[in-house]
Structures are given as structure tokens and as C-alpha cells.
Design a protein around this ligand. Structure first.
Ligand code: CIR
Length: 263
């Protein structure tokens, strides 16, 4: 089994149950709305998979005023050393920060916040040696710089990079598999951002599988991506397949439904 990076070792997570309004979640392209029951089932299986991987999960109440608030990864960033409150780049999501703030203040001694610009947690990929911040339609230069200053205060190096045009978040197109290896789409890898790292490319037609999630000894992967699952298994990873068809209709994958850290 490939070595688990410390940055993928987690014992704690926060998630938020979907509200009925989740059917109105943001999407770039209309492929039909998800159903509340469908999202809730995928969410429940996701919590069970985190718990089976050794994570204690705090489940927050739904927020019906915020259709996308199930995606708790976007308004904050968490590490063993502390939490950072972000400023989501979508207007309908700006208020989510006020609801995650008290939860994190309860759980972390150090809670920093970005004062300027916009940044979504979905644009942040934590690697063993640095934190990559992707500029996107949701994360601007001012937000990325403000985040970079907060990361410095937590003792972390950061690197600001570009997200390919038309891609929602940097991490829509990539995820960490272990200390040296990244799962990436071809379009993101072609930009050179991962030069020097080992990269496994998502097979053609399975670009949406790139938002996988390494948690301790397993990699959570969308069940609808058999070629990616086979690729990961061939490379020695313990794959746990999860349904993502409903959350996929509102542009979500597996990293976005939790904030994860090691106490
Ligand atoms: C949004 O557009 O904000 C949501 N519908 C999807 C957010 C997915 N977040 C993530 O991948 N970190």
C-alpha cells in the first residue's frame, strides 16, 4: 500500500446535512436538478465512508437559506494548526461563512480569516510541502494573496496557480493520492502545475473522477467512473466507490462535502 501522506491523515471532520433547497444548488450547466432524497442518500453514504475510514464526523444542521451549504469545504480551510475562514466567490454562498465560523471557533484555538478578496476551499489543494491555491472564477488574486498570508501565519508555504478556464474549482480537476502522487485531468496536468510530481491521469471521459478524496488508507472515488477505479486499484490504492450522480448535477464531487483535519 502506498504511503499515506500526513496531509491525508484525518481523525475529525465536519459536514452539513442537505436542506430541501439543495435542489436549487448552483450549476454551470443544466443537467436536471438533483432530488433531496438522492442527495441525502449520497451524503449519508459519504458520512459512513468517512467514519469507516477512522474519522469522527460532526454533522451540522441544514441551512435552507443556502442551497449549496452542504459543500462545507468552500467557506473554510482547516489544518491541525488552525482554521481559516474564507470568502466564497459566489454571491449566494457569501453568508455561509457566518454559519461555519462558530463551529470552527468551538473546535480550533486559532481561527484566522481572509479580509480581502474571494477564495473558495475547492480551489485549495494541500500537498505535503505546500498548499496550492488555484485562481478561478471563485478565487481572485486578492483572496489568494490574503489566504497565502494566513497560511504563512500557520507556518505553511503556499503557491498561487491557475485553474484551467471553464473549470469550477482547482480541485474539480485534481486530488492528492499520496505523498508524491496526484490524480489529475489531462487539461490541468498539461498546464505544468504538477511538474516534478507523479501524476495519474483520469481516463478520457472520466474527468469528473478527478475530485477523489484520500482519507487515511482509502481513496473515495465516484462509483460512476469504473476506468478511474481500475487505474487506482492497479496502482495499489484501496478504493471505496461512492455514488455522486445527484451531487454531480450541482457540480460537486467528494472533497467538497467535508472539512477534514487531524486533531
Ligand atoms: C457551487 O457551485 O458552489 C456548488 N454547486 C458546488 C460546489 C462544489 N465545491 C467543491 O468542489 N469544493
Amino acid at each position: 500500500m502506498t504511503f499515506t501522506a500526513d496531509v491525508a491523515r484525518f481523525d475529525s471532520a465536519v459536514v452539513r446535512r442537505p436542506a430541501p433547497s439543495v435542489v436549487n444548488g448552483l450549476r454551470a450547466e443544466d443537467r436536471g436538478s438533483p432530488t433531496l432524497a438522492g442527495v441525502a442518500a449520497e451524503h449519508a453514504a459519504y458520512i459512513a465512508a468517512l467514519e469507516a475510514a477512522g474519522v469522527t464526523v460532526q454533522v451540522l444542521d441544514p441551512l435552507d437559506d443556502f442551497p449549496d451549504s452542504i459543500f462545507v469545504e468552500d467557506p473554510a480551510l482547516v489544518f491541525t494548526e488552525g482554521a481559516i475562514l474564507l470568502h466564497p466567490g459566489a454571491a449566494s454562498r457569501a453568508g455561509e461563512r457566518d454559519f461555519i465560523a462558530p463551529v470552527l471557533k468551538d473546535r480550533f484555538v486559532t481561527v484566522l480569516e481572509i479580509g480581502e478578496g474571494f477564495a473558495d476551499g475547492g480551489d485549495v489543494l494541500t500537498l505535503p510541502d505546500r498548499v496550492m491555491i488555484g485562481l478561478s472564477a471563485r478565487t481572485d488574486q486578492a483572496g489568494a494573496l490574503a489566504l497565502s498570508h494566513c497560511l504563512t501565519r500557520l507556518g505553511k508555504r503556499s503557491q498561487i496557480v491557475e485553474t484551467p478556464p471553464g473549470v469550477l474549482h482547482f480541485k474539480t480537476d485534481c486530488s492528492l493520492l499520496d505523498d508524491e502522487t496526484i490524480l489529475s485531468t489531462s487539461r490541468l496536468a498539461a498546464s505544468g502545475v504538477f511538474n516534478g510530481k507523479k501524476v495519474l491521469l483520469t481516463p478520457p471521459g472520466e474527468e469528473a473522477a478527478a475530485n477523489a478524496l484520500r482519507v487515511n488508507d482509502v481513496v473515495l472515488v465516484g462509483a460512476g467512473f469504473p476506468a478511474t477505479r481500475a487505474l487506482l486499484e492497479k496502482n495499489g490504492y484501496n478504493v471505496v466507490a461512492l455514488q455522486t450522480g445527484e451531487i454531480g448535477k450541482i457540480d460537486a464531487g467528494l472533497s467538497c462535502m467535508s472539512l477534514r483535519w487531524k486533531r
